[in-house]
Write a protein that binds this ligand. Structure first.
Ligand SMILES: [Zn+2]
Ligand SMILES: [Zn+2]
Length: 329
């Protein structure tokens, strides 16, 4: 990786070329912030551009490039093309499932189903599933040996780490090795450089929500109904990520592992970008409090970061409530 100052020079040269090549239309490339009047109020909201230099070293599979793009509100715009490496740049992957019902919290990951609680997947948790989900069909372990049923082969990962779990993998703790996807799957994100607030917010839908600064996809909520309906636990590691064969390692919640951009004023640290180009920060500020003025998208604005989001509690199986801005089509 080239260092920051060299990349800044590279960006300056690029900006100069863009200005010469494209005329005044691209003049926003040279500024870092713009003021935009919110259509729903007379107050103007500070808009902060995406910073391509705050991703962690090794988070990206290639240099960030710029291309024209069409946004969901019809605007022709400039977007950053961000290709992530598909493995977290700043932490290990795993552990996911416990091997035995004697396991403690240090020997396994976590589980959350969106109902407000985060469970350590201890042996006791594995044993308690029938009671927790009020269904005697739950039996994720061998009663004689205490061994937990784990999808520990490529074939079982393939059959179980999906919404339509194959029946033979009912009552398994589901995990996949990153080796099954050749060490990680690169993913590409097209994000508007200058976010544009739209008059009506947009549902986050079933696709991914954004990208973490450490190079991990921020996925749509995990399909917990399908997972639990198949009597499986699709174990997350302590960073709220897990692996499937389609997208590799991805996060379903903000567990603190990607908060790499600490803020000097006590504001929550930044952890990524939503697809609309607005930054996503941790849920809690340094004083331990969640901002009280978040909108339905989990966003608000201040004089330093402009409009931005605060991630939901990891137990909620989501990051943000909706997109405040337009995303690339
Ligand atoms: Zn997933
Ligand atoms: Zn904030």
């Amino acid at each position: 990786m080239i260092n920051r100052s060299r990349r800044n020079i590279a960006l300056s040269i690029f900006t100069l070329i863009a200005l010469i090549g494209c005329g005044s239309e691209d003049s926003t490339l040279s500024s870092t912030t713009t003021e935009e009047t919110d259509a729903t109020s007379t107050a103007s909201t500070l808009i902060v551009e995406v910073d391509p230099f705050i991703f962690e070293s090794n988070a990206l599979a290639s240099e960030i490039t710029t291309e024209t793009c069409t946004l969901t509100n019809g605007d022709e715009s400039s977007c950053y093309r961000i290709n992530i490496a598909g493995v977290p740049a700043n932490h290990d992957i795993g552990i996911f499932c416990p091997t035995n019902i004697s396991a403690n919290a240090d020997e396994a990951g976590i589980w959350f189903d969106g109902n407000g609680e985060v469970f350590d997947i201890t042996g006791d948790f594995i044993v308690s599933l029938a009671e927790l989900y009020n269904d005697d069909h739950w039996q994720l372990y061998d009663e004689g040996t205490g061994k937990v049923n784990i999808t520990d082969t490529y074939a079982s990962c393939d059959g179980a780490a999906r919404p339509n779990v194959e029946e033979q993998y009912q009552n398994y703790c589901v995990e996949c090795s990153i080796d099954y996807v050749d060490g990680g799957i690169s993913a590409s994100f097209l994000i508007p450089i200058t976010p544009v607030i739209t008059t009506s917010s947009n549902s986050v839908g079933h696709a991914n929500v954004g990208v973490a600064l450490n190079g991990v996809e921020l996925a749509a909520p995990a399909p917990v109904d399908a997972i639990l309906g198949a009597y499986t636990i699709a174990a997350f590691d302590d960073c709220a990520g897990h692996i499937n064969l389609a997208v590799g390692y991805h996060y379903h919640g903000e567990a603190g592992c990607s908060q790499t951009q600490v803020q000097s004023d006590g504001h929550a640290a930044m952890m990524g970008y939503a697809l609309d180009g607005f930054g996503i920060f941790g849920m809690l500020n340094a004083d331990g409090n969640e901002p009280s003025d978040l909108d339905q998208c989990r966003g608000h604005a201040d004089d330093i970061r402009g409009y931005h989001y605060h991630a939901a509690d990891v137990a909620e199986n989501m990051f943000i409530g909706c997109f405040k801005g337009a995303i690339a089509r």
